[in-house]
Design a protein around this ligand. Structure first.
Ligand code: NDP
Length: 329
């Protein structure tokens, strides 16, 4: 007899998609060579889109959502993993075309897993989650461009959100002077606590962008896209760079080639979903060493598994501060 476990499942009919909390059993697990007891998951912006159906994130029905999880291997036919190993999974289509982390059990390909690095545990791994790991991919891109702390200020947009808050914490710890842009100035104290030297109103970046503005930022991490990113690009100092990872404002980018050809700046696209395993391992190891764990605990909060549908709407409305951690019941 196969074991039953709790899971969210999203189905679709003529009226649209519907998310229910239900009981599944081992026969419902997808194909894969590693079965994991999911211990923690989290809520990312993309999960918000998937659960509410506001964007077509889920592309196979019925499906368990949740683009990331951490847990312990129950069974493995994969050479790199054994029962008892603690693992992290994010991306690779999990929670989009392959059943994801909003279930007590998941069966996946071992090729998608990374071990929980020394210094982190399964809870903290999901306090970081896809958002925090993406923030580290952004930091790696800026470092790879050669931007050092003495180059000047680094701007982080959407700073009070998941990617933004981890980016602020990591960059500050690495010695960069971080300016946090937020639409929630009431979160200034929170952002300063993470290490932001200055907090500015995101309305600064709302106007129609000029091709070139005053050179202000040595580099930037942008989660917003749209007018915000276009304005940021116009303010990047000569030979600086922006790590671009999000579209919280818009998918559009109303800019010109001016900042690229007249100031030699670069824009690095960050794709957390299909990043290579070596890149992932590096990012997770750097998170274990370069993210202050006390700050991580401060910027994360517990969310009940049963409250995920409401929280999904909240994250899209910009009401979630920092990182939500969900312990599987
Ligand atoms: P959150 O919702 O936690 O944070 C997004 C933040 O963006 C909000 O908190 C808000 O910050 C800011 N924001 C919201 N609306 C606007 C707006 N209209 N204009 C400017 N800023 C706005 O989401 P995440 O941090 O999890 O994700 C951020 C973005 O990054 C999303 O677009 C997500 O899809 C993307 N992402 C991409 C990944 C990749 O692989 N490329 C991986 C992970 C995330 P504040 O209140 O401080 O202004």
């Amino acid at each position: 007899m196969s074991d039953q476990f709790q899971a969210y499942q999203i189905g679709k009919n003529d009226e649209g998609q519907r998310c229910v909390l239900t009981q599944l059993d081992d026969n419902d697990l997808m194909e894969g060579d590693v079965t994991v007891r999911v211990e923690y998951t989290t809520l990312n912006y993309k999960d918000g889109l998937a659960l509410t159906g506001r964007s077509p994130i889920i592309r196979k029905f019925p499906l368990t959502p949740g683009i990331d999880f951490s847990g312990t291997v129950l069974e493995s036919q994969h050479a790199d993993f054994n029962a008892g190993d603690q693992v992290i999974l994010n991306g690779f289509g999990v929670g989009e075309v392959h059943s994801g982390g909003y279930a007590q059990k998941a069966r996946v390909s071992g090729d998608w897993l990374v071990p929980v690095p020394d210094g982190l545990d399964t809870r903290r791994a999901m306090a970081i989650g896809t958002a925090g790991y993406t923030a580290m991919l952004c930091v790696l891109a800026l470092e790879g461009h050669g931007i050092r702390p003495d180059a000047g200020d680094i701007l982080v947009t959407g700073a009070a959100g998941g990617v933004g808050s981890v980016a602020v914490a990591v960059l500050s710890k690495l010695g960069y002077r971080v300016v946090a842009s937020t639409g929630r100035l009431q979160e200034s104290e929170f952002l300063q606590g993470l290490g932001a030297a200055e907090v500015i109103d995101r309305a600064t970046f709302a106007e129609a962008p000029r091709p070139l503005g005053r050179e202000i930022w040595a580099g930037a991490v942008d989660v917003a896209g749209g007018n915000t990113l276009a304005n940021v690009l116009s303010q990047i100092k000569r030979a600086g760079a922006v790590a671009v990872c999000g579209l919280a404002e818009s998918m559009n980018l109303p800019t010109s080639v001016a900042p690229f050809i007249l100031r030699g700046i670069a824009m690095y696209g960050i794709d957390s979903v299909m990043a290579s395993i070596p890149r992932r391992k590096l990012a997770w190891q750097r998170l274990a060493s370069d993210l202050d764990l006390q700050l991580l605990d401060d910027l994360s909060f517990d969310l009940d598994f049963a409250d995920l549908p409401q929280a999904a709407a909240d994250i899209l409305d910009g009401k979630i501060r920092g990182r939500a951690v969900i312990k599987l019941p």
